[in-house]
Every structure is written in structure tokens, then in C-alpha cells.
Design a protein around this ligand. Structure first.
Ligand code: EPZ
Length: 418
């Protein structure tokens, strides 16, 4: 199993380029199932979850060609409208093929995701929405079987709670449905708006993506398209935090500051120096005295749950107490115990963590438990004294494109070992 070795305490200087968004590329790839024409996606990050989605689409019958960060997917026919347990258990986002498959092929068989390190994460809202669109759903042997032999029918769907992939799944189902669909209490994340932009290029008729109400008028058939995936706001945010806690100065380039408003605001409140340039580059200077700042994670445009772990590492370096409230997932503080092993002072009560800083972190052997938790440990390793060894880095490879190379290029002492 691969590990990262990090020697902390190095200043970071230089420019870090931001990759394309994993969470935008995943639904975009699934959207290619909606047409028999080729869909070409640029700026797709080279991360493990994307390779898993590529495998899933190929199993379903699509041809998937990759050239660097460019993918061309052509689903001329749907050979097997199924997402097997073996793939779903390694990547929950596999359930994103449910909506497109029912819409295009009239049926789908998708394994139900099981438990997850960060919380229960059911897909009941995807299922209820598909039922409203007229699909018949059965649950058997751990699989969801959905059928709509005569096609889906537009409907009004109000999400009980905001769900990102649920909104994306139903948006993809609705574009081929007969008539109008209104999605209320829809997720407003930039990844939803990016998906809608791609679907629009394929010929779909969508209004309001990026707001809480999305209207879709069904159109068939959809055609091919070319689309460039938006930058990964979570990767960019991770590097901004790295810059704020390590000495030196880094430019995080190719990101979208308008996708990172809540983080930048909190960083500035903590006393970090972050400047945004017009071209989407952000400069962050470390070495400033940081103050503890409370953060509560919420749906976009609130503070992203996917940046909570990284904020916890920043809080260990800030003066005073920071209260972190996790508003999205019930069990997303696993990194706190590992940070504690490095010397952080963190108390967890239910969905709240109190971090008292600043702590002098010392390098230790730690275990990555999920994608963003791993990122917080890498950040801690950058400021800890001595050597940090992070085990199970496959978690970080799911969503960060060669994080060790990007950090090493700006001066971090980090390497991957077997
Ligand atoms: C997406 O997951 C992201 N994944 C997650 O990124 C991210 O943490 C999450 O949104 C929240 O922003 C992708 O985009 C591929 P949700 P998703 O449905 O869509 C509950 C990362 O690190 N819920 O918005 O699965 C659910 O349990 C990852 O890159 C239901 O109850 O999250 C959670 O508490 C991890 N029933 C809340 O809603 C449902 O049917 C929000 O989950 C669906 C969700």
C-alpha cells in the first residue's frame, strides 16, 4: 500500500495549477449516456474516481477514449443498463447513472450504496424523484431496479433536503422526459450548473440551474457536445489553506473565486492574506498570525463540507478556539483523532468540534480515512515538525490529481513510497 512521507516546516513558494472538478466531471461523464452521439469533455482530472466512472460506462456499453485530460464518450447503444455492486461500493457516485439509464434505455439496475465512512448517505431522494417521473422501482438483492418502458413523464419534484448528486441524477432523467419538470429545493452547487451547461449544449432545455428551482422541458433526442469542466473548487481551497498555514507565498491559478466565496471570507476573517486576481488566480501569503474562526458547513453558497477537514487543520494553527459545525454529514470528523495524534487539541461533541490553537504539531504515523480527511492530514504534515507518514493514500488519489507533485513543485518535502 502506498504512503506519503512529509517533512514539515518548509516554506511554499510558486504557482499551483488547479485541475478540473472531479464532482463536475463525474455527472458530465454519466450525461454522455443520454445520447448516441459523442460527448467530449476537457479538463477532466486524472483521479481514481474518474477512472472508475470510465470503467462503469464501458461496462454499460459506451466507448470511452482518453487522451490526457480529454475524454470522448460515445454510448451508441446501452448494452447493459447496470451499475454492479463491485463498482458502486468503491464509488457512491456510480448512482449517477441511474437517471440517465432510465431516461435513455427505459430501465436500470443499480446497486444500492452501503454505509460510508462519513455518514449514512442514502439515495432515497433520487428514487422518490424517479418515481414522480413515472418510473416503477423495485428493490431486490441489494439493487434498485427501475423501469419506465414508455418513457418518463415531466413532474414537479420538491426535494425534502438539498442533495447534489440527487439533483444531478434527476436533472439528467428529466431532460429526456415527456413534458415539463420542475425541481424545487434543488442543489445550487456550481457542479449542478456545469452539468446543466453541458446538457444545454447537447440540446436540453433547462432554466434556473444554479438556483433552487430548475425547470426542464423534455426534448428528444439529445446530440453530442464538447465541454470544458470547471476548475475543482475543493482542490483550490485545499491549496489556499496550505498557503495560509505554511510560510511563503503561493498562487493558486486557474480557479474560480466566485466558487470559493465562503472559504475566502472565512480565511480573511481569520487574518489570512488572500488576494483574487481577475484571471482566476488567487495569491495567498503565509506567515500571518491567524485567529480562530467558527465555521458551519452548509450547502452552496455556504461553507463546503468538503473543506471542513482542511479548515480543522488551519484551526490548529490559529490563536484561540474555533468551533466547527458539520451540517451535512453525521460522521465527518474522523480526521480529528489523527490530528490529535499529531498534537492538535480537538474536542468533539456530536456534530461540533472545538479546536483550540495554536498547537505545535509533530510528525507522526497517521491513517487517511476518506478523501478530504486525507487532505487535512497532508496539510498538517506540511506544518508539523519532523516526519509525517500518511497511510492509505488511495483515499486521496480518488479526488486529487497528483497532490504530492503539485505540493513538491512549490517546495514541500513530500514523496510517495510503497
Ligand atoms: C456530493 O455528494 C459530493 N459528491 C460530495 O463530495 C459532497 O460532500 C456532497 O455532495 C455534499 O456537498 C459528488 O458530487 C460526487 P448529497 P452527494 O446527496 O451528492 C442526505 C467529496 O469529498 N441525502 O448532497 O452524495 C445525505 O445523507 C465528496 O468529493 C439523503 O438523505 O451528497 C447527506 O446528509 C464526498 N437522501 C445530505 O443529504 C438522499 O437521497 C447531502 O448529501 C441523498 C442525500
Amino acid at each position: 500500500m502506498e504512503k506519503f512521507l512529509i517533512h514539515g516546516g518548509r516554506r511554499l513558494e510558486g504557482t499551483i495549477p488547479v485541475s478540473g472538478s472531479k464532482n463536475s466531471a463525474l455527472p458530465a461523464m454519466a450525461a454522455a449516456l443520454l445520447t448516441d452521439q459523442p460527448v467530449t469533455l476537457d479538463h477532466v482530472p486524472a483521479v481514481r474516481d474518474i477512472r472508475t466512472m470510465g470503467r462503469l460506462l464501458a461496462d454499460i456499453g459506451a466507448s470511452v477514449e482518453r487522451s490526457g485530460n480529454r475524454y470522448t464518450i460515445r454510448a451508441e447503444r446501452i448494452a447493459s443498463p447496470e451499475a454492479p455492486y463491485e463498482l458502486v461500493k468503491t464509488m457512491r457516485a456510480s448512482s449517477l447513472v441511474l437517471g440517465p439509464l432510465v431516461a435513455r434505455a427505459g430501465r436500470a439496475r443499480v446497486s444500492l450504496p452501503g454505509g460510508c465512512a462519513i455518514g449514512a448517505r442514502p439515495i432515497n431522494l433520487h428514487i422518490q424523484g424517479l418515481e414522480k417521473l413515472g418510473a416503477r422501482i423495485r428493490q431486490e438483492h441489494g439493487y434498485i431496479e427501475a423501469e419506465a418502458p414508455n418513457g418518463l413523464k415531466g413532474a414537479e419534484i420538491r426535494f425534502e433536503r438539498v442533495t447534489v448528486t440527487g439533483t444531478e441524477d434527476l436533472l439528467m432523467a428529466a431532460v429526456l422526459a415527456d413534458g415539463e419538470t420542475v425541481l424545487e429545493n434543488a442543489a445550487r452547487e456550481p457542479e449542478v450548473a456545469d452539468l446543466a451547461e453541458l446538457l444545454g449544449k447537447m440540446g436540453a432545455d433547462i432554466e434556473g440551474a444554479g438556483t433552487g428551482t430548475i425547470r426542464v422541458r423534455g426534448v428528444a433526442p439529445l446530440g453530442g457536445a464538447e465541454h470544458r469542466i470547471i476548475p475543482d473548487r475543493i482542490e483550490a481551497g485545499t491549496f489556499l489553506v496550505a498557503g495560509a498555514i505554511a510560510g511563503g507565498e503561493i498562487d493558486v491559478c486557474g480557479a474560480r473565486a466566485d466558487h470559493l466565496g465562503a472559504l475566502i471570507e472565512k480565511m480573511q476573517e481569520a487574518g489570512a492574506e488572500v488576494a483574487v486576481s481577475a484571471e482566476g488566480s488567487m495569491r495567498v501569503r503565509g506567515g500571518r498570525r491567524l485567529a480562530g474562526v467558527d465555521v458551519a458547513t452548509r450547502e452552496f453558497p455556504g461553507f463546503a463540507t468538503d473543506l471542513q477537514a482542511q479548515w480543522m487543520t488551519l484551526s490548529t494553527q490559529a490563536h484561540g478556539a474555533s468551533i466547527l459545525t458539520e451540517g451535512i454529514f453525521e460522521n465527518r470528523f474522523l480526521h480529528a483523532l489523527e490530528l490529535g495524534r499529531m498534537g492538535a487539541d480537538i474536542t468533539i461533541t456530536g456534530r461540533q468540534a472545538v479546536v483550540r490553537g495554536p498547537s505545535v504539531l509533530s510528525g507522526a504515523g497517521v491513517i487517511a480515512s476518506d478523501l478530504r480527511a486525507s487532505a487535512s492530514l497532508v496539510l498538517a504534515g506540511l506544518v508539523a515538525s519532523g516526519e509525517t507518514v500518511i497511510d492509505r493514500v488511495y483515499h486521496i488519489d480518488r479526488g486529487y490529481e497528483r497532490i504530492e507533485r503539485k505540493l513538491a513543485a512549490v517546495g514541500a518535502l513530500i514523496r510517495r513510497v510503497e
